[in-house]
Design a protein around this ligand. Sequence first.
Ligand code: ADP
Ligand code: MG
Length: 287
Amino acid sequence: MELQKSFQEACQDKEFESFRQELGGDENVLMRYTSQLEDALEEKKHCEGCPSLSACKNKVWGYRLTPRLVKNKVDFSYDACPYERTRAKETAYQTYLYLFEMPEEIKRASLKEVYLDDKKRVPIMKFFQDFLKNYGPHSSQKGLYLYGSFGSGKTYLIAALFNELAKKKVESAIVYFPELLRKLKTSFLESNELFERVKKAPLLLLDDIGAENMTPWARDEILGSILQYRMQSHLPTFFTSNFNLEQLEKHLSMTTSGVDQVKARRIIERIKQLSIEQDLISSNRRN
Ligand code: ADP
Ligand code: MG
């Protein structure tokens, strides 16, 4: 009786009445859901004339509580609104880029927005154009070893290239190299998921190589194996660093347990096989 009474009260409201008419079903069923139906109507009203996703007033942002009549009950679900569906479609490519200890904002890096005021970027953009044109699963292209001062936009540029390929469903990974070493230091490398992911990513950026504290193990077992695997599998590999290759070689030869020039040399040789050294020395873009 109570249920019926509050349902009938709700039906006094014209909008509620036409909402329930649209839904169909008879009173005996609908009266069990009066307050949920009122919520759903409220959300529907929010959607009407809504100008954009950012104006969303609903409980779950971009979604609307929606009733559906199923046999003799009503199911409620949260359905994405058209704005949310468009947003999801436009950003779907971002799932192809895996980030490890990198700021999420680089998922929005875009080649269209690269500043060209600085002539230093011209050869890099040319390289990218060729790279995009020739990229294929077995194209075994070289990546870039991009070095230069802090904040010059090295990471941004390569992220923008990866995003472009993400739109073609190419998977890639950007890993902050010093943190990768810290993370792997305390784990077994065999069957380590992160290590496997980094080795096998179709496109890889090792970001900020040279900023780490090198140990012989990190150099030879981690870095050495990643590079070795990627060379053998012809997987394009990019690097960013504050050091040029000569400086990096020095850095790699001096580890916590003394100097080893031969092993450092071997790493540098692999980096050279995998990438082309290119400088990007430019003003700081960080604000
Ligand atoms: P680096 O890796 O050389 O230290 P970053 O790639 O992190 O430099 O760039 C520094 C900052 O400048 C970042 O916040 C980045 O988003 C921004 N930035 C760099 N290049 C561009 C660009 N071409 N267009 C827009 N923003 C950029
Ligand atoms: Mg960087």
